[in-house]
Design a protein around this ligand. Structure first.
Ligand code: FMN
Length: 323
């Protein structure tokens, strides 16, 4: 998620779940061609499994970006066909690509070729697509079925489906994450029609019970905003959904202390201000009494000259209830 799931956010989420796949912010092919590659692509080893999401619509450019993803050791490369923003549309990618399934198929073919390993014995990097169930007033199941069918013929085996239409005009991207209504049934139907494909449902999922209910119909669930705003939701995913014997964090305080250590490390390594990291964990105590006070300390700009250990102490002076 743009501006949210940067490497610091992902490091934080890794304190809560080791197994769940994490996604980068969308990176455009142009930014990788002309921008600072390391700034866009560098990450910590603990972030695996990690997918790089790309924005673009030119097969050659996407192939170039996919080669970079392979060199940098990502576990998946994902093409964004779901973003409705006008800026993205001007670049002719994101959700407007759903109207051009044949072009998306060409993109996927080029990406898959670039994803082939350079040495025998290595696995190819999986190429996946994230998309909507339709665009504008095109609400028929046939539209999304034909899109998936065409792109699957080019070799894409994993589809992450945001279960609401993208409106290319008249709504801001923020509004378009709430309206029009979610239609999960169409995503379930895709799984029934294409049982050989991996279908991952996305949109509006807020609880572990909802995740479990969707998993009866599809192969996976992607959680966006709720994971960001209420990250403790993820704390038992490794045992609950991945069959692990234990979860990584025993309580919220252990996570916070690990983040304080990380803030000190990043400051030493790259002079990263702690506030750039702390902003991603402000939802950690959501729903608990004292959460507001705690959050205020970690977002208090007057403390920005202090080391993170002292902000931690400040945040716990009126300590939130035990985790
Ligand atoms: C701040 C923000 C940034 C987002 N950036 C991206 C993005 O870069 N790529 C993408 O595929 N979706 C992006 N999305 C959409 C989410 O991935 C997700 O599809 C959408 O929010 C619905 O899922 P949710 O209800 O679980 O949040 C973004 C959402 C938000 C709130």
């Amino acid at each position: 998620m743009l501006d949210w799931t940067d490497r610091h956010c992902r490091h934080f989420h890794r304190q809560l779940t080791r197994q769940t796949r994490l996604y980068t912010e969308m990176v455009t092919t142009g930014a990788l061609r002309f921008g600072d590659q390391a700034r866009h692509l560098d990450y910590g080893a603990e972030e695996h499994p990690l997918a790089l999401q790309l924005g673009g619509s030119e097969p050659e450019e996407l192939a170039h970006a996919t080669r970079l993803a392979r060199q940098w050791g990502y576990d998946e490369v994902n093409l964004n066909c779901g973003c409705p923003s006008e800026r993205v549309q001007r670049g002719a990618f994101g959700a407007c690509l759903m109207a051009e399934a044949l072009l998306v198929a060409d993109c996927v073919r080029a990406m898959r070729e670039a994803a082939e390993p350079s040495q025998a014995g290595q696995a190819a990097l999986p190429v996946t697509v994230k998309h909507r169930i339709g665009i504008d007033k095109e609400e028929s199941y046939a539209f999304v079925r034909d899109f998936v069918g065409t792109v699957a013929e080019a070799g894409c085996e994993v589809f992450i489906v945001h279960a609401r239409n993208a409106w290319l005009k008249g709504l801001s991207p923020k509004e378009n994450r709430e309206v029009p209504p979610l239609r999960y049934e169409l995503v379930y139907q895709l799984k029934r029609e294409f049982p050989q494909l991996t279908i991952v449902l996305n949109g509006g999922v807020k609880t572990n019970e909802e995740i479990a209910a969707h998993l009866a119909h599809v192969d996976g669930v992607m959680v966006g905003r709720e994971a960001y705003h209420n990250p403790w939701l993820m704390a038992d995913w490794d045992t609950r959904f991945w069959g692990e014997a234990a979860d990584p964090a025993s309580d919220r305080d252990a996570v916070e202390q690990a983040m304080v250590r990380y803030m000190a490390e990043r400051h030493a390594a790259a002079a990263t201000p702690w506030a750039h990291i702390a902003r991603h964990m402000l939802g950690l105590h959501n729903g608990l009494s004292g959460a507001r006070r705690w959050r205020q300390a970690w977002s208090d700009h007057r403390l920005k000259g202090e080391p993170p250990e002292s902000v931690y102490r400040h945040a716990h002076r009126g300590a939130p209830a035990a985790a």
